[in-house]
Design a protein around this ligand. Structure first.
Ligand SMILES: *Cc1c(COP(=O)(O)O)cnc(C)c1O
Length: 390
């Protein structure tokens, strides 16, 4: 099996922003600065690579960079859900999984499906309630948390929860898709594995699907690599190359998005057309204290609920022109979506809108949002951006 010889943990003194730009490069004098995409299913015999389902130099460069950023050994997958599935499939038959209610809906669906088939025991907990999590951990094999949850924007106390899980003999997985390594490195807080849907902030341009799991223990990473080879949920070369290219600008995209998200959250909070705003960066947000304690920032996602119920929320999605009405998050372009169109549940208000803030000018975004909240046609200039070319 192909092993990447240079994968190693981060040099501690370098900041995440520096690692995002520089980690994973290698090569000799005269080599390209970046790992080029290697399109190959097979490699010539006699070397340490055989068949591409076991490894590819393009994934390896992405994995070196992610491993350095998170401080562990990274294994990339064809999607975030493929990474999650590999972890769930690593559990013994009948294992007990404790999952935060705020964990990503598809991960909860995956666990519920396995539970429904009698393969797992499942406990769903409020991750903000440390006592409840502790009480459920006895006999558990796995605790699953989201560092910053989508779309409920909760921030669990990773360090004490990871310590409690470890004491109970359970492994801790943190889905850090929304937080990104710019806001938190969960392995440094005691988690065993951190996963990302690299489809989102890491890729950053809404043009790929990719997942990655980073394990503190290299033996765990090796097991995941073997599972990936066996199950075949391997990344595409082009996706891995694009994701590494996207990762290089994550620090600036994150800074810009967070600054704009703060501006928009403040303006929405002061706007009488809006019933409720959630952004952990607002001082009176329920997650502000937890986010300040655990994260190095507040992220680029906010939610708000306009007056006028579901119809009012849908009207906002129909009227935006600079902002795009679309699912997903973490790209350079600002996206809006009414979450309960797809996923119901008691914790998501029917009229709640999720705004994934990108890199556009904050005033242009605000003017667009403000006219959409009034249900009026956008200014001619804003209409032009989304008009199909003649
Ligand atoms: C999108 C997402 C996933 C699933 O990732 P895919 O790449 O779509 O398979 C998992 N967790 C979170 C938090 C996500 O936002």
């Amino acid at each position: 099996m192909y092993r990447d010889p240079s994968a190693r943990p981060a040099d501690p003194p370098l900041s995440p922003a520096t690692l995002a730009v520089g980690a994973g490069r290698g090569g000799e004098a005269g080599d390209p600065l970046n790992q080029p995409p290697v399109f190959a299913s097979a490699f010539r015999g006699g070397g340490d690579r055989g068949y591409s389902r076991d490894g590819n130099p393009t994934w390896a460069a992405f994995e070196r960079a992610m491993g350095a950023l998170e401080g562990g050994a990274a294994v990339s997958f064809s999607s975030g859900m493929a990474a999650a599935t590999a972890l769930v499939d690593d559990l013994a038959e009948g294992a007990r999984v404790v999952v935060a209610r705020s964990a990503h809906v598809e991960v909860r669906n995956l666990l519920a499906e396995r539970f429904g088939r009698g393969r797992l025991e499942l406990r769903i907990v409020d991750a903000a309630d440390e006592a409840e999590v502790r009480a459920t951990l006895a006999g558990a094999s796995l605790l699953w948390l989201d560092a910053l949850s989508n779309p409920t924007l909760e921030v669990p106390a990773i360090r004490p929860l990871a310590a409690a899980a470890r004491a109970a003999g359970a492994r801790v997985v943190v889905d850090s898709t929304l937080a990104t390594p710019m806001l938190v490195r969960p392995l440094s807080l005691g988690a065993d594995i951190v996963i990302h849907s690299a489809t989102k902030h890491i890729g950053g341009h809404s043009d790929l699907l990719l997942g990655v799991a980073v394990a503190a223990d290299p033996r765990q990473a090796e097991q995941l690599r073997e599972r990936r080879s066996l199950h075949g949920a391997v990344p595409g070369t082009m996706e891995a190359w694009l994701a590494l290219r996207g990762l290089r600008t994550l620090p600036v995209r994150n800074d810009r998005g967070e600054r704009t998200a703060t501006i928009l959250a403040e303006r929405l909070a002061a706007d009488e057309r809006v019933a409720r705003v959630r952004y952990p960066g607002l001082a009176d947000d329920p997650a502000h204290g937890a986010a300040t304690a655990t994260l190095d920032g507040y992220g680029t996602l906010l939610t708000f609920t306009p007056h006028g119920g579901v119809a009012g929320a849908d009207a906002v999605c129909e009227h935006v022109r600079v902002i795009t009405h679309a699912s997903s998050l973490g790209g350079v372009e600002t996206l809006i979506e009414r979450q309960s169109r797809w996923h119901g549940g008691d914790d998501i208000a029917p009229a709640l809108l999720r705004l994934s803030v990108g890199c556009e000018d904050p005033d242009d975004l605000w003017r667009d949002l403000s006219s959409a909240l009034s249900g009026v046609a956008p200014a001619a200039a804003a209409a032009r951006i989304s008009a199909p070319s003649p």
